[in-house]
Ligand binder design. Sequence first.
Ligand code: ZN
Ligand code: ZN
Ligand code: ZN
Ligand code: ZN
Length: 435
Amino acid sequence: MTDNPSKFWDMVPEAAVHIDALMDLFRQACQRQGWTLCAERGLIGWAEVRCGVGHEFSVRAWDLVSGSRPPSISPSEPWCTKCRKADWVAECLAILESAAEAQGVELTATDEQDESGEGHVVFAATCPKGHRSQLSGRDARSWRGEPVDILCPDCRVAARAAEGFAKIEQVLRETRSTVVKRYRNAAEVRCRRGHLHTFYVDSPDGRDAIRSDFCGDCGRLAQFQEFLEQAKDLGITVLESQWIAKSRAHRAVCFAGHEFGLIPNKMKRGCPECPRGMYGGAVPPHDVYYVVSGLDVTTGKETVKPGISSGKGYNRLRQHAEDGLKAQHLRIQGLPLGMARALETFVLAGLDRKGWVSTRGVEYFPAAALTDVIDLVGEWFTAQAGLSTRPIVVDAGDILEAAGTPGSPDVVDLDVDTAVVFDSDDLRAVAALTR
Ligand SMILES: [Zn+2]
Ligand SMILES: [Zn+2]
Ligand SMILES: [Zn+2]
Ligand SMILES: [Zn+2]
């Protein structure tokens, strides 16, 4: 039954002596393990053995006599995988059986074992919904080692998908997005600005990606908005209507009217034509709030654009007119420090809340939003503590009327000292800030 290993190799007698010695060591190791050696296959062939408990398996002699802790030298642990794993297998089986009972899964033992080689018995399983599957103790734990919540693979897939779809519903509510198409394992959605995106529910990664910040295009818009705000902090108005890239120049105009390319990565310098150092200190603030509209030559859409500028605002308004936004509905000049920005932020947030979606960039909207824009301006002025307004600003109807028919070049030109009354003690401080 045992072959002489030297017959397997044609080798010099000096080597055969060592091989024989190693094979002896192997046989001793088998003895210590209490194994029966059924078929010997040399030093590197797969010998067939049977352990003391009756597990049959194959080992390579070389593996038993080499390595850092070979069983031939330190037989403290059984080398037989099934003997070594017996406790683990029993533990897994206990978890499987209790989970099956709790979940109403019927288990019928087969005489097969799973491919792990650890000795897990395979069961034929039937879940309460009638799904059939094959389960072993290993299936009772997740890859993290925790007991799985749902044993039946079909039921588990269905539950995960349901979880994913519920998460999608949540995101839809949070982001005011809509489903375009549903699939068995996915949903195509349209964000409220119209960008398309597909969510997948059939993988952990896919389900993780179901988040309210899912829309990359909207993310870029948010990044653009942040850039606009940072520029405004420097008294700079970005003319570019959309985000290009962090390292690329975006058309911009400084408060002094110089046009230049503003690079988001290199904001600090400000306008290259203005004196150096100016942007470290106090920059004249935006003090003009305006609303213009017209046929936007960039998008070809009837558009309303609320915005802020400085000085008399004419430069900015001229640029808008060149872009087709010729009708001016509102121009409030001489606003005290920070007010134009605050008003603008309020109006943009209000338009977003009312569901208006920009036609380009983040500050251009469909012309139909004009009434909401004027309403929001009135609302903001009304809510300012220590600041009340004459009816012309509060009453949006008056303003729209004064603006005349769309396309008319009439301007409602409001100066703070005529349209806005300050009745707090801040009056002088405010007066000093306005020119
Ligand atoms: Zn064994
Ligand atoms: Zn099932
Ligand atoms: Zn989007
Ligand atoms: Zn400048």
